[in-house]
Each structure stands twice: as C-alpha cells, then as structure tokens.
Write a protein of this length. Structure first.
Length: 79
C-alpha cells in the first residue's frame, strides 16, 4: 500500500498497542522495513522503555504492526 506524506493512519502495534499516527514522508508498505510515522493523537503512548507524545517519531517495524489509512493527505492538508 502506498501512503502519502501527511496521511492520517491507524497503527496496530504488537508492543505499543493501537494509536493514530501521521506519515512523515511518502512510503510503500511493500518496500519499507520501518514505516516513517509520528504520533498524531493527544494521548501519549507507552512502550517497554519509552513514552511518546504527540509529534514524536515512533518506530514502526513492518513485522510488528499493521496500518490502516484513516484520511489520505491532500495537497491542501499535507504537512
């Protein structure tokens, strides 16, 4: 799946749970090992040793998570 920069996505991560993120750049889920995603929700997410806050880049390895597109970025809304 091709994701455009600024696209709002739902991330279901095996370690950090389900959260809302935003694509930091264009990427293809078939070609990337790590997805370039930042936290887009106001509620912080806790991992085993880290806490991420809105705007923080979060590690998303393709083997540990699935993503679902919530709202595709348009030229007007792209970050």
């Amino acid at each position: 799946m091709k994701i455009k920069k600024g696209t709002l996505i739902k991330v279901k991560h095996s370690r950090s749970g389900t959260w809302t993120g935003i694509a930091d750049r264009d990427f293809d889920t078939e070609e990337e090992t790590f997805y370039p995603v930042s936290l887009a929700q106001d509620i912080s997410v806790e991992g085993l040793t880290n806490v991420w806050h809105k705007g923080d880049s979060m590690p998303c390895r393709n083997t540990l998570c699935t993503i679902e597109e919530l709202k595709e970025a348009s030229d007007e809304t792209e970050c």
